[in-house]
Design a protein around this ligand. Structure first.
Ligand SMILES: *Cc1c(COP(=O)(O)O)cnc(C)c1O
Length: 402
């Protein structure tokens, strides 16, 4: 979940947005607020921690027995990374419509069912759960397997149950919520997992997962004391790093998955690999209560800051109680002009689903095409500092009113 401009060769001045796009490690990551631990997808059932959400999708489909010739219903509004796992099993993605607010269109789903339909992927966008109880009832009625895509929705509940517990299987992309370099989860509340023991991807991978998270944090001035303490070890690291690479046999798999580098690639060599020790520690031990409270507060700050601005509106009329946003999605009327201005000002942004799978056009779903072009989403993660949030909302105001 790094934006390309967050990546920079070591030793060179970082050309990065002024505000971090994704969460960073800081001392408050592990703070212990006096709040009850909120529900999350890991509470839903049996869990396997893997290296990305897309690997978890492939594993979930495999658990379902999806294979050659089967059809898997996928939202027309999607991340491109969701499709290669379907194709990897020989199955066909069939795209269904969403509404103007990205709600799954059950009538359209009903019209797309065939004898070959096996499963449906249900994505809860930006952290706001879909009408999961209704979708579950529909799946039961039609004998469809439900894959709950919680990539944007690590935390929260629906109908008194944790997100992830409505699907036959659920997946999460932990990188979107925690300060980690790699991480995803396969979960099932309804079936025993046949995916067996996962193996470590090796010492180089373990080291890189931890060092990358630290370096990103240092690049934004977090953890200054740790940085000082690690100054010498990190200089030694480059040397060590080159040595590990030299010793790797030719043709060996990459040390870390491409899913961690803003790519849509799907690499099946990561199917049996466990998430790093470092990521697993952070996902389990970070303060979940603080993440949820902070993200909600930051989201509402941005919501309020944009409330009176012209040519834009938040995608969602309100943040539902208990929901934990991934980003703050703003629907804007002049996306290209605004994007250019914000980019020049150094504002971090995500344009989720900006590229849709080839063939998914307005004829397939006009709402998806509109959402993919007109939403600019801003970070609201737990590591944003008050001054960063204030600067960002000022820059958004300026770009929209200039
Ligand atoms: C990011 C994303 C995924 C895949 O997660 P990765 O961890 O990047 O592999 C799946 N679904 C949606 C909706 C996503 O945004």
């Amino acid at each position: 979940m790094l934006s390309p401009n967050e990546l920079h060769p070591p030793g060179q001045p970082p050309s990065q947005p002024r505000v971090p796009l994704a969460p960073l490690l800081s001392l408050s990551t592990f703070a212990a607020p006096r709040l009850p631990r909120p529900a999350c997808v890991l509470d839903a059932g049996a869990v396997r921690l893997v290296t990305s959400g897309r690997i978890a999708i492939a594993l979930a489909l495999r658990e379902m027995g999806v294979g050659a010739g089967d059809e898997v219903l996928v939202p027309a509004y999607h991340s491109m990374s969701m499709i290669p796992p379907v194709l990897s099993l020989g199955a066909h993605p069939v795209f269904y419509k969403v509404g103007a607010d990205a709600a799954l269109d059950l009538d359209d789903v009903a019209s797309k069912l065939t004898a070959a339909t096996r499963a449906i992927m249900v994505t809860s966008y930006f952290g706001i759960p879909q009408d999961l109880a209704r979708i579950r009832a529909f799946c039961d009625l039609h004998g469809l397997l439900m894959l709950e895509d919680c990539a944007h929705c690590f935390f929260g509940e629906h109908g008194g149950r944790p997100v992830g517990s409505w699907g036959d299987y659920a997946i999460a992309s932990s990188m979107k919520f925690f300060p980690i370099y790699e991480g995803g989860a396969l979960v099932s509340a309804r079936h025993a997992l046949t995916t067996g023991r996962l193996s470590s991807a090796g010492r180089g991978f373990e080291a890189k997962a931890a060092l990358n998270a630290l370096e990103r944090s240092f690049a934004y001035g977090r953890l200054p004391l740790v940085k000082a303490l690690l100054w010498l070890p990190l200089r030694l690291k480059s040397a060590l790093w080159n040595m590990i690479k030299r010793r790797a046999p030719a043709g060996a798999p990459a040390l870390t998955p491409s899913s961690s580098d803003s790519s849509y690639d799907f690499d099946p060599r990561w199917l049996d690999k466990q998430s790093s020790r470092f990521s697993r520690f952070v996902v389990r031990r970070a303060s979940h209560a603080r993440i949820v409270a902070q993200r909600r507060a930051n989201y509402r700050f941005l919501e309020l800051a944009c409330a009176s601005l012209p040519l834009c509106r938040p995608l969602f009329a309100a943040l539902p109680p208990g929901a934990c946003p991934w980003l703050f999605p703003l629907v804007v009327e002049q996306p290209e002009k605004l994007f250019r201005r914000l980019h020049n000002a150094g504002v971090p942004m995500t344009r989720f689903a900006e590229a849709l799978w080839p063939g998914v056009d307005a004829g397939v779903c006009a709402n998806s095409v509109h959402l993919s072009r007109h939403i600019i989403a801003f970070p609201c993660h737990q590591a944003l500092l008050p001054e960063e949030l204030a600067w960002m909302s000022g820059a958004i105001r300026e770009a929209l009113t200039a």
